[in-house]
Design a binder for this molecule. Structure first.
Ligand SMILES: Nc1nc2c(ncn2[C@@H]2O[C@H](COP(=O)(O)OP(=O)(O)O)[C@@H](O)[C@H]2O)c(=O)[nH]1
Ligand SMILES: [Mg+2]
Ligand SMILES: [Zn+2]
Length: 307
């Protein structure tokens, strides 16, 4: 909970807030009574730059607020630069056709950062038969939540319930309807449009990350940058650790260090063959594993070459 008065130190009033936007020389910070634009103490900027999502302490000196401290971060993402994310809402839609490799990679990077995930099917007003079932078959029991909404119809109650009391990022491919959902839920009016239209106009409609506060402690961010996920810090042999449904089975694999790709007597592969684990997701696991391995190989080669 956000206490208005975080403390009082030698007569200086401290107020806790959340950085919602980085401006050129200031920070927009949400406090219980509204939003203030503040400068940061030089010392802070030298040590660590505040990012959107940071929980900060503001000092109130003669009606002026100054950012005096950044509280320890629960998590910190580089691209997009944000901190303290509670939930990543991976949005998919029947159009554009989902790239499930991207969805899986998002789940891996969220798990790695210790962030909850939700897979949110938007545009349920135009879903073809079987689409939603396919998403549920792949992601229920994998993502923390799977839910269905329609920004066009205003059918967003389930998502609103999920967002309550958290800082959530709406991620996903371009044109799945992230901005439309944010507009609906947050009562704002950000620019919506097809990717092709945006490219034609040569315009990138979203600059930087901005948190939108919908209730006292509920924040939502539209985060288009999530499309270009880089898993290069994940060792191929660790990939399976971010597939919780595999972790529980792996003790039954013959080899302790089983990667579940080629090894004999693999409990994960057996479960896929028996239809107990989703095959499409498993095939993509192998693909991502191979991609990580190839990338690592190239890195080693390059290092050797440069010596
Ligand atoms: N049929 C339908 N279209 C939607 C829905 N939500 C968004 N759209 C359309 O999808 C397109 C892309 O939406 P936008 O919010 O800009 O997607 P973003 O790139 O993910 O932010 C726009 O033409 C929207 O009108 C929905 O629930 N149903
Ligand atoms: Mg958008
Ligand atoms: Zn195995």
């Amino acid at each position: 909970m956000w206490a208005e008065l975080a403390g009082s130190l030698e007569g200086v009033i401290l107020i806790r807030g959340r950085v919602i936007k980085i401006l050129s020389d200031r920070f927009a910070v949400a406090i219980p009574s509204g939003t203030v634009e503040v400068k940061s103490r030089k010392k802070i900027k030298r040590e660590v730059l505040p990012v959107a999502g940071d929980s900060v302490l503001l000092e109130k000196v003669a009606e002026e607020y100054v950012l005096a401290a950044i509280e320890p971060r629960v998590n910190r993402l580089i691209r997009p630069p944000i901190a303290n994310v509670d939930c990543i809402v991976i949005t998919v839609a029947p159009v554009p056709e989902p790239d499930f490799v991207v969805v899986d990679k998002m789940i891996v990077s969220a798990r790695k950062a210790g962030i909850r995930t939700a897979v949110c099917v938007n545009k349920t007003d135009i879903v073809p038969d079987g689409f939603t079932a396919r998403i549920f078959a792949q992601y229920s029991g994998v993502a923390d939540e799977v839910l269905c909404v329609s920004a066009s119809r205003g059918d967003t109650a389930e998502l609103q319930k999920l967002l309550r009391g958290k800082f959530s990022c709406l991620a996903g491919q371009s044109a799945v309807g992230k901005t439309s959902l944010v507009n609906r839920i947050c009562g704002v009016n950000r620019e919506v449009g097809e990717l092709s239209e945006k490219i034609l106009r040569g315009k990138n409609t979203t600059v930087g990350v901005e948190l939108i506060r919908t209730e006292l402690d509920t924040y939502v961010a539209d985060t288009p940058g999530f499309g270009a996920l880089d898993l290069s810090s994940v060792e191929p042999s660790d990939l399976h650790l971010y597939y919780e449904e595999y972790v529980s089975l792996s003790e039954k694999c013959k080899y302790r260090m089983c990667t579940h790709t080629v090894e004999p007597d693999c409990a994960v592969r057996a479960a896929v063959q028996d239809g107990k684990l989703n095959e499409e997701r498993y095939d993509r696991y192998c693909l991502i594993y191979k991609e990580l391995k190839d990338k690592n190989g190239r890195k080693t080669w390059r290092t050797t070459y440069e010596k």
